[in-house]
Design a protein around this ligand. Structure first.
Ligand code: KIV
Length: 283
C-alpha cells in the first residue's frame, strides 16, 4: 500500500493524536530507500555522518558540502518520509543570516524538507531567522555532540537542578522561536517526560527514555555496523559487521584460490547461447 508523504504539519499532528514518531538516520541512497520502505516517518541525514561514514572522531569536522552530497542522495531515495538535514558545526553559529543561507542550501540544493540544529536559547535567534524564511526547523538540546569540547566529553546533561532548569528553558525558547519539533538527547527520562508534557511540539528522544513523542537512533548503531563505542540506549536490531566481514573474506578467498569466477559466471561467444538474448549480452 502506498504511504502518504509525511509533512511538517503531519508530524506535528502525530503528537496531538498520540502516534509515536519513528526517526532514523540515513546517509546514502540504498539505506534511505530501505528506511522509507520500512515505514520510518523521518529520515535524518545527521552530522553523525562525520563519524559513522567519514571516519572522523567527532562530528565537528564535517562540512556543508559534505553534508549536502549525502542530503541529495537521501532526498532522491525518499518516497514518503520527511527528510531532515542536520546543520553542521559552524554553519549556523556565526550569524542568523549565515544560518538562513546555509539552511536554504539544504532545501534548495539538497532537496531536504527541514533542517535540524543543535542548541537551545543560544541559537533561538538563528532558529527564528530560518523559520522566518519559511524553512522548518527541528531543535536539538541536552547532550549536543557539537558542544563536547564545552561539556568535556559525552556526558548526560540535566542531572543537576540548574542543568535541568536550563534544558527546560531551552525547550521553551526553541518552541517560541518556531521549531516544529525538538530532539532530546542524553538526558534523564523524567526530564524528557516533563519537557514532552510542557511543549506543544513533538519531542524526539535519543537516550532520553520512553516518554518522548518519538525516538531516533543512528542506523549504523542499530545494524551493528559501527566499531566505536555504542551507548547503553542503543538497541541493536542486527549484527551486520560479522556477516559483511565474512562475505568480504569469502570473496577474497575465492578470488585468490581461483574459485571465482567459474565458466558459468562468464560470457561465451556461442551465437545460440541463452546469454545472447540477455540485455547484458552485448552484440
Ligand atoms: O547527527 C545525528 O545523527 C543526530 C542524531 C543522533 C539525533 O543528531
Amino acid at each position: 500500500m502506498e504511504r502518504k508523504r509525511r509533512t511538517v504539519p503531519g508530524v506535528m499532528r502525530m503528537k496531538r493524536k498520540g502516534s509515536k514518531i519513528a526517526m532514523l538516520t540515513a546517509y546514502d541512497y540504498p539505506t534511505a530507500r530501505l528506511a522509507d520502505e520500512a515505514g520510518v516517518d523521518i529520515i535524518l541525514v545527521g552530522d553523525t555522518l562525520a563519524m559513522v561514514v567519514l571516519g572522523y572522531e567527532t562530528t565537528l569536522p564535517v562540512t556543508m558540502d559534505e553534508m549536502l552530497c549525502h542530503v541529495r542522495a537521501v532526498s532522491r531515495a525518499r518516497a514518503s518520509a520527511l527528510v531532515v538535514a542536520d546543520m553542521p558545526f559552524m554553519s549556523f553559529q556565526v550569524s542568523p543570516s549565515e544560518a538562513v543561507k546555509n539552511a536554504g542550501r539544504m532545501i534548495k540544493e539538497g532537496g531536504a524538507d527541514a533542517v535540524k540544529l543543535e542548541g537551545g536559547r543560544c541559537v533561538a535567534s538563528a532558529v527564528a531567522a530560518i523559520t522566518n524564511a519559511k524553512i522548518p526547523v527541528m531543535g536539538h538540546i541536552g547532550l549536543t555532540p557539537q558542544a563536547i569540547r564545552r561539556f568535556g566529553g559525552y556526558r548526560v546533561q540535566g542531572r543537576s537542578e540548574e542543568g535541568r532548569l536550563g534544558i527546560v528553558d531551552d525547550a521553551a525558547a526553541l518552541e517560541e522561536a518556531g521549531c516544529f519539533s525538538i530532539v532530546l538527547e542524553g538526558i534523564p527520562w523524567n526530564l524528557a517526560e516533563e519537557i514532552t508534557g510542557k511543549v506543544g511540539i513533538p519531542t524526539i528522544g535519543i537516550g532520553a527514555g520512553p516518554h518522548c513523542d518519538g525516538q531516533v537512533l543512528v542506523n549504523h548503531d542499530i545494524l551493528g555496523l559501527y566499531e566505536g563505542h555504542v551507548p547503553k540506549f542503543v538497541r541493536k536490531y542486527a549484527d551486520l559487521r560479522p556477516t559483511i566481514l565474512k562475505a568480504f573474506s569469502d570473496y577474497v578467498h575465492d578470488v585468490k584460490s581461483g574459485e571465482f569466477p567459474t565458466i558459468e559466471e562468464s560470457y561465451d561467444n556461442a551465437k545460440d547461447s541463452k546469454k545472447d538474448r540477455d540485455p547484458e549480452a552485448g552484440d
